[in-house]
Design a protein. Structure first.
Length: 122
């Protein structure tokens, strides 16, 4: 019989790992707002502040994921398990970068990379 002596909880946790782009809701506001307005028309600053992540969900459909970090970071990318297995990782990464920049415009190479996060709600 195994006895658990560590912390036990019924609370939930979640985690993710994607290759994609990280944008800061405030530092990259001009980029995000311009992309949103290109598909949704003009939005107010209040609409942007309250609904930015919802607009990103609408812009990036599966297999892309949109995740938030720290309440202001937005990560847009693809889980490695969702990448095309007939392509090399490098080719998949380039395709992801092209797709995201096609929707958001030039966001710079520094924004792209592997991102992971784990959160615990309890």
């Amino acid at each position: 019989m195994k006895i658990r002596t560590g912390f036990v909880s019924n609370s939930s946790s979640s985690s993710f790992m994607v290759y994609g782009a990280y944008l800061d809701k405030y530092e990259d506001k001009d980029i995000l707002k311009k992309a949103i307005e290109s598909v949704s028309g003009d939005i107010t600053d209040d609409e942007f502040d309250n609904e930015c992540i919802e607009y990103m969900y609408d812009m990036f459909k599966r297999p892309y994921s949109v995740e938030t970090m720290n309440g202001y970071g937005i990560i847009i990318g693809i889980d490695p398990s969702q990448m095309d297995i007939d392509k090399t990782i490098r080719k998949s990464m380039n395709d992801i970068k092209e797709y995201i920049t096609g929707k958001l415009g030039d966001i710079g190479d520094r924004k792209f990379g592997w991102y992971e996060d784990c959160s615990y709600d309890g």
